[in-house]
Design a protein around this ligand. Structure first.
Ligand SMILES: [Zn+2]
Ligand SMILES: [Zn+2]
Length: 452
């Protein structure tokens, strides 16, 4: 093994209590996206104790720090996500907020701190060039959307996803390569890396009917709940038109279903994502969903306000970066515990990063239970944080050693969707639409409007 790899691995090992303490602290102080202020404060203290100078994002939690080798070369960003989920029924959920790290982002933040420990070791940057940017990033989970809308209305954020917001703020403008490692509860593999994962549009449909006495005069009402129910049934029947290779997912919930049992519900809200493997597949499916929603509303004489917002772009893991991770992973795991390829149907704002910057987002074991489930726990924190930090440190060294030959190969052969931030932001902004999908004309005609 290269002496530098050995040095980095030993440095993480020597500082592993710091990493393990961070994992437990953040698990015990879970905070949903854009609210991660305790996590921010804890991590800030730890980084500053190590001697790092931080650039804080200010009005949102998170910061970055640059580890400059002092020699010109590419900038490689590493993300550690800070946000939790909200699952009040999880046995270790915060009793007040219902927050819990059932996606293991606490491990990512701890591992990122481990990388910070490694590169403070004397001689850790010898033979490397370029810059390593460690980024503590908020708000990956696309939840608590009403709160984020409030932040947007107040001008605090423009985008719901933390990494999308960082792109918008220009924080990734000078980043050439991006990486992060997520925790997985896959019982079979210590490291997995799919070719990519789905993207999504965030959908809210408000069905508007007419209230009347549910017992005395239901014939005077227009039932928004039945309109919503019919809309969801229509989409369920459309599922046979979904192509397997497009990995479409539609999973609605009713967030407002009526107020009192003796009145015909006149205001019902359905929320969902429309997920898919490409932006085209997402848009064409979204158009079908909107058509079904508009037609179902019309069937009951109701209206429906369709509110589509950009969610996350599909993620493509850069093949050259996957290879670097694979080579490094062999130092830590037997080949039988490593799996690459396949497609993931979840979504992440790392997808958005991957449309601009060659990116990779493998998963490392250490968790048990279902991701986002009530049985999700960190069973092997050492693997999920300490080993992750060692692996990522070796990957960074591989990318930036030998005059950054591997990073330069990644950059030369990159295949990204957008040339720059402006092009990307224009494309995602074009996905946002709020409109009344049904109009009733005086001559009795009903017009449906729907957009993909
Ligand atoms: Zn998650
Ligand atoms: Zn996650």
């Amino acid at each position: 093994m290269e002496a530098l790899f050995e040095k980095l691995i030993q440095a993480v090992e020597a500082g592993k209590q710091t990493v393990l303490d961070a994992e437990r602290y953040i698990w015990k102080h879970p905070e949903a996206g854009y609210k991660e202020w305790k996590t921010h404060a804890y991590l800030k203290e730890q980084y500053e104790k190590l001697g790092y100078h931080l650039t804080e994002f200010g009005n949102i939690p998170g910061f970055y720090t640059d580890i400059d080798t002092g020699r010109p070369g590419p900038t490689v960003a590493v993300f550690g996500e800070m946000d939790s989920l909200i699952i009040p029924s999880h046995p270790e959920a915060d009793p007040e907020t219902g927050c819990v790290h059932a996606c293991g982002h606490n491990c990512q933040s701890a591992a990122l701190l481990g990388i910070a420990v490694a590169f403070k070791e004397k001689g850790a940057l010898d033979g490397l060039c370029g810059v390593i940017r460690l980024i503590a990033v908020p708000a990956e989970e696309l939840i608590d959307v009403e709160y984020r809308k409030e932040l947007r209305e107040k001008g605090v954020i423009k985008y719901f996803g933390g990494k999308v917001e960082l792109i918008y703020r220009g924080i990734l403008d000078d980043v050439d390569v991006a990486m992060m490692v997520h925790t997985t509860s896959n019982p079979q593999y210590s490291m997995t890396c799919p070719d990519g994962t789905n993207g999504c549009i965030v959908k809210k449909a408000t069905f508007i009917g007419k209230s009347s006495h549910a017992g005395g005069s239901p014939y005077l009402g227009r039932n928004a709940l039945y309109a919503a129910q019919t809309a969801m049934s229509a989409v369920n029947a459309l599922r046979e038109t979904f192509r397997d290779q497009e990995h479409i997912r539609f999973h609605p919930i009713i967030t407002e279903g009526g107020t009192v049992v003796n009145a015909i519900p006149d205001h019902v809200v359905v929320e969902s994502y429309v997920r898919g493997a490409t932006m085209d597949a997402i848009a064409s499916t979204n158009e079908k969903v909107n058509r079904a929603f508009a037609a179902a509303a019309a069937a009951f004489g109701c209206r429906v306000i369709l509110d589509d917002q950009n969610g996350y772009a599909p993620r493509f893991n850069d093949p050259n970066l996957i290879q670097v991770f694979l080579d490094a992973a062999e130092l830590f795991f037997p080949a039988s515990e490593i799996r690459v390829g396949g497609w993931g149907s979840g979504c992440s704002d790392m997808g958005d990063v991957s449309t601009l910057i060659p990116s990779v987002h493998p998963n490392i074991g250490g968790a048990v239970g279902a991701g986002h489930g009530t049985d999700y726990f960190i069973a092997d924190p050492e693997k999920a944080t300490v080993t992750s930090a060692k692996l990522q440190s070796v990957v960074l060294a591989k990318l930036l050693m030998n005059d950054a030959a591997l990073a330069k190969k990644v950059i030369a052969e990159k295949k990204v969707t957008y040339a720059n931030r402006e092009e990307y932001l224009a494309a995602i902004d074009a996905l946002n639409h709020v409109y009344d999908a049904v109009s009733y004309r005086e001559n009795g005609d009903v017009a449906l409007h729907f957009i993909g």
